[in-house]
Design a binder for this molecule. Sequence first.
Ligand code: GLP
Length: 248
Amino acid sequence: MQFIVKQTADAAADYVSRLIGEQLGANPRSVIGLPTGGTPVPVYARLVERFRAGGTSWKSATTFNLDEYIGLGPEHPASYAAYMRQHLFDHVDCPPDQRHIPNGLAPDIEEEASRYEATIVSAGGLDLLFLGLGRNAHIGFNEPGSGFDTRTRRVSLTASTLQANAPYFQPGQTQPSEAITMGIGTILEARKIVVLATGQSKAEAVRRMIEGAPDIEVPGSALQQAREVLVVLDADAASGLSGQRIAS
Ligand code: GLP
C-alpha cells in the first residue's frame, strides 16, 4: 500500500481528480467505482471543472457507486443517487445507462446485491475504484467486523457512522440504519484503488489502515491485500503516521 501526503485537503483532492482524469484519458471506456461523503466533494468539483474545460469526458465511462441507503429512492435528497447527480452526473456527459448505484428501494435486497455484482462483472470489473474512509475505518459501508471476502449485501450501520452522516439529513427526514454496499471482497478485486482521507478526524483510521496489521475490526486494513492501492492524504489525516513526508 503506497501513500502520498499533500499539505492541504484541497491539494489532496486536486491530486485525486488528476488521477481519475488520467485514467479516463488513458482509457475513456474505464469502469470507475465512486464514493460519497464529504471528502470526495472537492474531487467531483474539480472533475466537473475539467469536463467543462474540455479535459475529462465521461461519455464512454461506466461507473459503479459503492453504496446506497436502504429505503431511500433516487429522488430522496439524502440518497446517494441524488448526491451523485448533484456533485457529478448533472454536470458531466456520462450517459444514465452507464451509471450504476445500488437500488435502495429494491423489494429483494439480496437479489439486488447479486444483480449489482453481476453487472460489475459484465462491465469487465473495476479499473479504478475511488474510496473514502470512515472515521472507524469503514470503506463503502463495510463496518468493523466485515469479512474481507464479503460481497455486495445488506448491512447495518454503526452508531458512530449514523452520527457522522446525520448532518446530511434535514430535520424531519428519517436516516436509514441499513444500507446496501459493495463488499470488501468486491472492493479488493478492483485493478487499482485510490483512497482519499483528509482531516484530523481520519488520522487514527488512516494509521490503523496503513500501519496496523490486517484486522476485520479495521475494514480499511483489508486494502493492504489489494493489487494496487494509493492512499492520498492531507497533512492532518497523515499526522498519526510514522515517518511521513509532505509531497509537493
Ligand atoms: C459514508 C460512505 C463512505 C464514506 C464515508 C466517509 O459512510 N458510505 O463511502 O467513505 O461516508 O464520509 P466523509 O467523507 O463524509 O467523512
